[in-house]
Design a binder for this molecule. Structure first.
Ligand code: PNW
Length: 571
């Protein structure tokens, strides 16, 4: 190398150093959050047969909201009333109804062997009831999608209900509010009929069924608070009635599979529950944090994975509230002994959606005038000041939370096989688009490493990890303003072209390596990124301070970008 060339590189180096020093002082926050033991990178791999997947949901990606005989869902109604941010709708969404072969090709490109998607009930039965007619085009669509997946060696994991209830069922029967305390509730049978039809038509190829996605959201946001469809506002009781019906509908669909299909089809049926981890703010808040998780996850998991009944702490808390409120019966309904028997043990696996953690404080026991599910728990919730945030207002990045939650599920529900059916991070929709989505890469890196700790260090039987989401899509009330995708979708482009974000390349490498094996190029890249992702530096972690350490963290980022590009070339 000639003197001039090396000089100029030196000069450039000095310039870059000064530049980095200046911006590092500005943008690198002082961070006390990193815990050397808790947050260290674990090297190793997941078990051989570990399932890597990505997920979507019908209303969020399909579009084609009224093609052939599809009936409207409660989300079509809500969106058409202009109640979503920016008046967005799912009318076209990612147009996956037409572009599903491209979606499958993206998964193939990433090396994914599983895909979690949902079936739209009103696309199969336009009114929700089989006797009113079947939409054969809908059946054809799901057959074509499933066949395309199988042809590409990708196993379907199918959710039967991801919130898009047929509007007619809401109008005719009150949806999941239908007669919740009688044994003859129509909605259970109708859901059972729909499940049976799906097992019959798709069960020769679909071996993983999820009855409901996040009944907590449908119950509380749909029938309690009433901001999600069908926007029924009854915060004292609506959520408890809806949850009761959903649990019984789930049990019905489970038994139909058990009695009529399992022997021939040999698949698995479970439910997907969402839960934020609740960590006590002080040691004195420990009971409150447990109560928070029991009201959240236990509400559904205790009946289904334990004894057919709600958690003890929920029953006693709600009984006390009834007394205080001068009611003769609890707002939390009761299952009959037969119902308890039919509910208990209706999960072949435990589906878990997890995104975030809250800090819990005890708020027992002040009687409240207008009680609702939030106040019923007798807790306060907040967030530690150093938890980074995503675009979604509720999404704080707390990787160790998932390990704690997985451990809780293992202990509480008899060590079930757990499928993480969603986990992911949102960006804002902004211009220019975020294609080098480092923060999403960091999120996946940190959270999957915590899942690996749960699996390999805590012996939790985690069998699957599913990234939410394959594509940017319709993010419910936030419309297209929040992007969770591994692939970017331009919603102003009529062809809805998909573009891989850097995170899709990262995820592909993660899948290929089945974790973080010692010595691999991928793990070296992760090691370089680790402190940057944790918003700290190696030097700080090891007890030194000062500007130099801050620079090294920024260098990780600059190292990372060319590496990402290199990976994308070999990918
Ligand atoms: C899940 N919250 O929903 C759903 O299963 C997906 O359809 C959704 O796109 C994804 O997570 C990201 O939001 C949630 O307000 C919706 O706390 C809202 C909340 C949590 C989860």
């Amino acid at each position: 190398m000639s003197a001039t060339a090396s000089d100029s590189i030196m000069e450039t180096g000095t310039f870059v150093n000064c530049f980095l020093l200046v911006i590092s002082l500005v943008i690198i926050p002082v961070n006390g959050g990193y815990d050397k033991e808790r947050d260290a990178l674990l090297k190793g791999t997941f078990p051989q047969d570990f399932i890597w997947s990505s997920a979507t949901a019908a209303y969020q990606i399909e579009g084609a909201w009224n093609v052939s005989d599809k009936g409207p869902s409660v989300w079509d109604t809500l969106a058409h009333q202009g109640r979503v941010y920016n008046q967005d709708t799912g009318d076209v969404a990612c147009d996956s109804y037409h572009k599903y072969p491209e979606d499958v090709a993206l998964m193939k490109q990433m090396g994914l062997k599983y895909y979690r998607f949902s079936i739209s009930w009103p696309r199969i039965f336009p009114t929700g009831e089989q006797q009113d007619g079947v939409n054969q085009d809908g059946v054809r669509y799901y057959n074509a999608l499933i066949n395309e997946l199988i042809a590409n060696d990708i196993q379907p994991m199918v959710t039967l209900f991801h919130w898009d209830l047929p509007q007619v069922l809401q109008d005719r029967y009150g949806g999941f509010l239908n007669n919740h305390t009688t044994n003859t509730t129509v909605i259970h049978d109708l859901f059972g009929d729909y499940a049976r039809f799906c097992y019959q038509n798709f069960g020769d190829r679909v071996k993983y069924w999820i009855t409901f996605n996040e009944p907590w959201i449908t119950s509380w946001l749909g029938y309690g608070v009433g901001n999600f469809a069908p926007q029924h506002n009854e915060p004292a009781e609506g959520q408890y009635k809806a949850a009761h019906n959903i649990i019984l509908s789930h049990a019905k669909a489970y038994h139909i599979y058990d009695d009529e299909f399992r022997a021939a089809q040999n698949g698995q049926v479970g439910i997907t529950l969402n839960c934020d981890w609740g960590t006590p703010k002080t040691p004195a808040d420990a009971d409150a944090a447990l109560r928070y998780v029991q009201f959240f996850l236990g509400w559904f998991a205790h009946p289904i994975y334990k004894n057919g009944d709600y958690p003890e702490v929920m029953k006693t808390t709600m009984a006390r509230k009834a007394q205080e409120e001068g009611r003769t019966t609890s707002r939390l309904p009761e299952f009959t002994p037969e119902q308890k028997l039919s509910i208990s043990g209706t999960g072949d696996f435990f589906g878990l959606n997890h995104y975030t953690t809250v800090e819990v404080t005890d708020a027992c026991c002040t009687p409240i005038e207008n009680p609702n599910y939030d106040t019923d728990k007798d807790v306060g919730t907040g967030h530690a000041p150093d938890w980074p945030r995503a675009a979604s207002s509720w999404l704080y990045v707390v990787p160790w939370g998932i390990r704690n939650l997985l451990g809780f599920i293992k202990e509480e529900y008899g060590d079930p096989e757990i499928y993480v059916t969603e986990n992911g991070r949102s960006d804002h929709d902004q211009d220019p688009a975020i294609m080098m989505d480092m923060e999403r890469i960091c999120y996946y890196m940190m959270y999957t490493n915590e899942v690996m700790k749960a699996s390999n260090m805590d012996n939790v039987k985690v069998k699957a990890y599913t990234a939410w989401s394959l594509l940017d899509n319709f993010e419910w009330l936030s419309g297209y303003s929040e992007r969770f995708g591994l692939h970017y979708v331009d919603f102003n482009d009529p062809t809805r072209t998909r573009y891989p974000k850097a995170s899709s390349v990262f995820f592909k490498q993660l899948v290929r390596n089945n974790g973080y094996p010692e010595g691999s190029e991928f793990t070296k890249y992760v090691e370089n990124m680790w402190y940057f992702c944790h918003n700290t530096t190696e030097a700080e972690v090891n007890g030194y301070t000062g500007g130099a350490s801050q620079i090294s963290s920024l260098f990780s980022l600059f190292l990372a970008i060319p590496m990402m590009i290199a990976y994308s070339l070999i990918a």
